[in-house]
Design a protein around this ligand. Structure first.
Ligand code: ADP
Ligand code: ZN
Ligand code: ZN
Length: 746
């Protein structure tokens, strides 16, 4: 009987976002989820088998056969095919955009495959082996190879390093056999000292593990684990995962950006050994593929990774964990624009698993779901851990008003308080972290006489001076050029470098504390493959006393010897034109403050600010999350911001500003027509209009937008579907892109 395969071709386009039918040739066996090569128009394409049928309505004669099977196993599990279907609806993408997330990118196009090595093994034993030894009496190298092989099979390259050519010779003599065998590329060196034991849990940890564990055994549950910095959330995750493993199920744990959390990976490897697989962007294609295969084959049951690890091919899941759930990196900024927290929830629901969102500073939207009065479908159970482990104190926070410093004649970027605290810390042989929410030496270059600012020719932003190469850089398009000696506008020689960056802070530390060694961690120093790990482990080993860095150092790092954290300019991120700027500032300060005093020695935090009365700064200094939440929710409700509303836009870009504008106005008009036809939608729209995007030009293209703000009601979803249709309209010379609640609307 002939079988037919329903295939999604690996081509992301609206036009081919449907199933194509192919005949399964005689002798070929296929199951859904397998990848195949199929003829398509005049070419051949890779594709995903979605379904197998034994009949078709199509004309037999026009159906072409599957050309080839790409892997002998289904690369995409049935559950993950369904997930891709859900993503298509939820994130307005093509089915193939979802399916592509389910496999390592390099598998497509056959750019990665299993690595093999020649293994040698003895073909003789006992007396025959002794005879062989004797026969090679005058070839001691060959004898050595035989002796090594008597212990067990060995890779040929290893044998060749001992005795070049000996293995080949012995194979020719029929004494050993050589076979090809698959090997795994492991991204991390072997563990030294074996697995670490489980510590005894603190009472709050124990209570958390018990509650989540009960849910795991009883069909699942969704939790928000709100624990202050240093409360030991990781240990809770580990114990819940153990429980999942004990019942034969696996676990996924997502971390914001894995290169920033090497410690987390280290902990997991020390506790779970080979059961743990690590997926992250800095792995080589081969390493990534091999880790993925270990998961797919069921060998590794604990998966730790960044956003995309949520698609790990585990067949049975007991718990899905999203650590630092407030991080914006969980929302993909590329197609498909998915939110990993939502996907995590989908998978947990599907497996009857527990879902844990963990953070010391949950996002406002998440925390709201753990408050009373939320509909059961959205509800999160709140678990709080309000104290640090072993009764360690939260760091003492001192707010310094920088305006007073200026009055007192201190023009340095360090307040008197921060300077003396630095001195004390260094004298005591401890370490300090200086945090600055920016990179580069100065933010921008401007003329003191006329106010002229150097801007990028391609993008509507000011250029940034980098001291390392003495050039001006555009942080959007990467363009660079030499800074001007004279003002291009008025000819003045007084060109000033404004702002404070990590480099400047580092220099200032060097001149004030020449005896201290410093390390700097920002985008400029972390370009190389293992740069993060190198800098962090040097700091951990005490090779430097001061670490200067950007938000990169705010994440879950645990340095026992750090007793001082200086936030050089706490309000820098407060004035970003985004409704989340206060929330982000609060999170950053709390997180970075949380790096101090995590071991026996108490910690101190100095917060330098020009805006000490701002509620974001004040409540971060008090480390009072709940008070901040209630204040911020009031502000959002009053200002009609998410989560009370949904923000979206159709972004139009074009080489010509006139074309972009015309397209945006056209879209606005169509939108208005649509709303006129649906008064119920119109009622829920707070605001809708066409206007220039805040970033007017990017990479030489003009940008306009149709911006919309709607109440967060069911109608919002319907309106967004309509916007999708508008997104698909073709405008000569212009591109239209839909963004819903994006991380930033520039
Ligand atoms: P969080 O993620 O909540 O900020 P961590 O999970 O990083 O906190 O834990 C803080 C520190 O406390 C870590 O050094 C961790 O090893 C340690 N720790 C956690 N739980 C225990 C425990 N039960 N006993 C001893 N030390 C613990
Ligand atoms: Zn000038
Ligand atoms: Zn640019």
């Amino acid at each position: 009987m002939t079988e037919y395969a329903e295939v999604i071709v690996d081509l992301s386009s609206e036009q081919v976002d449907r199933l194509f039918t192919y005949r399964v040739p005689e002798g070929m066996r296929l199951t859904p989820g397998q990848r195949v090569e199929v003829p398509f128009r005049t070419k051949s394409l890779e594709g995903f088998v979605i379904d197998i049928r034994d009949k078709t309505e199509l004309d037999e004669k026009v159906i072409r056969p599957v050309l080839r099977v790409l892997e002998d196993y289904p690369a995409v599990l049935p559950e993950l095919i369904e997930l891709a279907q859900w993503m298509k609806k939820r994130y307005h993408c093509n089915l193939v955009d979802g399916l592509r997330q389910m496999i390592p990118a390099q598998m497509r196009g056959g750019r990665v495959r299993e690595k093999t090595v020649d293994m040698a093994a003895l073909l003789v034993k006992g007396e025959a082996l002794e005879a062989a030894m004797a026969a090679n009496a005058r070839a001691p190298k060959r004898q050595e190879v035989l002796r090594l092989l008597a212990e067990g099979p060995k890779p040929v390259p290893f044998l060749n390093s001992v005795a070049p050519g000996a293995a080949k010779k012995l194979a020719e003599m029929g004494l050993i056999g050589i076979t090809e065998s698959g090997v795994r590329r492991t991204p991390y060196a072997a563990l030294e000292g074996g697995l670490a034991p489980d510590p005894e849990l603190m009472p709050a940890q124990k209570a958390a593990v018990e509650r989540i564990g009960a849910a795991l055994e009883n069909g699942g549950g969704r939790f928000l684990l709100h624990g202050v910095t240093g409360s030991g959330k990781t240990e809770v995750y580990i114990r819940v995962i153990r429980q999942a493993l004990a019942s034969g199920r696996g676990a996924i744990i997502l971390v914001p950006e894995i290169s920033l959390t090497p410690q987390m990976v280290d902990w997991f490897r020390r506790r779970f050994g080979g059961d743990a697989a690590v997926l992250h962007s800095r792995l080589s294609a081969g390493e990534r593929f091999d880790e993925w295969r270990r998961i797919r084959s069921g060998e590794a049951k604990v998966v730790i990774g960044a956003r995309s690890a949520v698609f790990a091919p585990l067949e049975r899941i007991g718990v899905v964990i999203v650590d630092e759930e407030h991080e914006s990196s969980y929302i993909s900024d590329k197609r498909p624009r998915y939110d990993a927290r939502e996907v995590a929830r989908w998978r947990a629901d599907r497996h009857g698993a527990a879902l844990i969102l963990g953070s010391a500073t949950p996002s406002i939207a998440t925390y709201m779901r753990a408050m009373p009065g939320v509909k059961p479908v959205n509800r999160l159970e709140l678990i709080e851990m309000n104290e640090r482990v072993k009764g360690r104190a939260l760091p003492e926070v001192q707010v310094v008003d920088m305006r007073d410093e200026l009055v007192r004649g201190n023009k340095s970027i360090f307040s008197a308080a921060l300077m003396s605290a630095m001195q004390e810390t260094l004298d005591a042989g401890r370490q300090a972290i200086l945090f600055i929410n920016r990179r580069g030496y100065s933010t921008f270059v401007s003329c003191r006489a006329c106010g002229y600012v150097e801007r990028c020719n391609q993008c509507d932003v000011s250029m940034t001076y980098h001291q390392a190469d003495g050039m001006l850089h555009c942080h959007y398009c990467g363009d660079m050029r030499l800074p001007p000696k004279l003002c291009p506008q008025c000819g003045s020689r007084f060109i000033k470098y404004f702002g404070t960056g990590t480099q400047k802070v580092e220099e200032e530390v060097r001149s004030l504390f020449p005896q201290a060694k410093t390390l700097r961690m920002d985008v400029d120093t972390t370009g190389a493959k293992d740069a993060h790990e190198t800098i962090l482990s040097a700091f951990r080993r005490g090779e430097a006393q001061v670490l200067v860095g950007t938000q990169m150092i705010a994440k879950g790092l645990d340095f026992p010897n750090v007793t001082l954290v200086g936030v050089v300019a706490a309000d820098l991120s407060l004035h970003v034109p985004d409704y989340r700027s206060v929330e982000r500032t609060f999170q950053l300060i709390t997180q970075v403050a949380g790096r101090a005093g995590r071991a026996e020695y108490p910690g101190k935090v100095i917060l330098q600010t020009y805006d000490p009365e701002h509620y974001g700064i004040e409540l971060a200094a008090k480390q009072d999350y709940r008070a901040f939440y209630f204040k911020e929710v009031t502000m959002r409700r009053r200002g009609l911001y998410p989560p009370f509303t949904v923000l979206a836009r159709l972004l139009v870009s074009s080489k010509s500003e006139e074309t972009a504008r015309a397209a945006a106005l056209d879209l606005e008009a169509r939108f208005n027509e649509l709303l006129d036809s649906r008064p119920d939608w119109r009622r829920d729209v707070v605001q809708m209009r066409a206007l220039e995007a805040p970033l007017k030009t990017l990479r030489g293209e003009a940008r306009w937008q149709v911006f919309i703000k709607m109440y967060a009601r069911p109608s919002a979803d319907e309106v967004i579907s309509q916007m999708e249709a508008l997104e698909r309209l073709e405008f000569e010379g212009a591109r239209v892109e839909l963004e819903v609640n994006p991380n930033a609307m520039l």
